[in-house]
Design a protein around this ligand. Structure first.
Ligand SMILES: Cc1cn([C@H]2C[C@H](O)[C@@H](COP(=O)(O)OP(=O)(O)O[C@H]3O[C@H](C)C(=O)[C@H](O)[C@H]3O)O2)c(=O)[nH]c1=O
Length: 183
């Protein structure tokens, strides 16, 4: 398992070692000690999630606030996504910067999304099974979102406008500047 840093502090790319033979393949998808060693902090994942998305779906940009802020370890079990992380940590040198990365069932890479960041992904393949760990339980009251097509973030989700599938909730998220005015 190789862990690489990204331009966002503590946002990591995890590259599992894949063992292939005539039967198929094997990989370790999670090793707490390796992650904690790189992050130099304890991680206590408490909840696993899984979603299925169809081509054109864009889920995000989501995060939980305050004590309910979540770190996530995200991966694609099937298909391909463009995964996007936005740094919302005011004290971070990359505050308001984004990081995008392709996750798919070929490279089997994963992303560690640190607390204080918004997260989302676009479904680039016909169907995606997306699985991830969270270090804080879901709390609907602490859930916030930023508009996926925020003009300042200018994220290229790689989905033509006519093909996009967005939830009503996500279509009505505030812009980044509107959210920052509230905090
Ligand atoms: C996240 C979550 C949702 N739910 C319920 C709430 C809704 O009734 C239903 C669908 O929720 P939502 O539309 O928020 O699901 P996503 O759009 O996939 O949300 C996720 O999308 C992006 C990619 C993220 O990074 C977040 O982890 C998460 O917000 O599941 C739960 O019961 N528990 C949960 O932990």
């Amino acid at each position: 398992m190789i862990i690489e840093r990204t331009k966002l502090k503590d946002c990591l790319i995890i590259k599992p070692r894949i063992f292939k033979d005539d039967r198929g393949s094997f990989m370790e998808t999670f090793r707490l000690n390796i992650l904690e060693e790189v992050l130099e902090q304890e991680i206590n994942f408490v909840q696993d999630n899984q979603s299925t998305s169809y081509y054109g779906s864009i889920r995000g940009l989501h995060f939980q606030i305050g004590e309910k802020s979540q770190a996530k370890l995200v991966r694609v079990v099937k298909g391909e996504v463009l995964d996007v992380v936005v740094d919302l940590r005011p004290d971070s040198p990359t505050f308001k910067q984004k990081f995008s990365y392709l996750l798919n069932d070929e490279n089997n890479h994963q992303l560690f999304v640190p607390k204080g960041c918004a997260h989302g992904f676009s479904c680039l393949s016909e169907e995606v099974i997306f699985a991830y760990k969270c270090d804080t339980y879901y709390d609907k009251n602490a859930e916030r979102g930023i508009y996926f097509a925020d003009k300042d973030l200018n994220i290229d989700w790689q989905i033509p406008e006519k093909d996009r599938i967005i939830s009503e909730k996500d279509a009505s998220n505030p812009s980044l500047s509107e959210f920052l005015e509230e905090i």
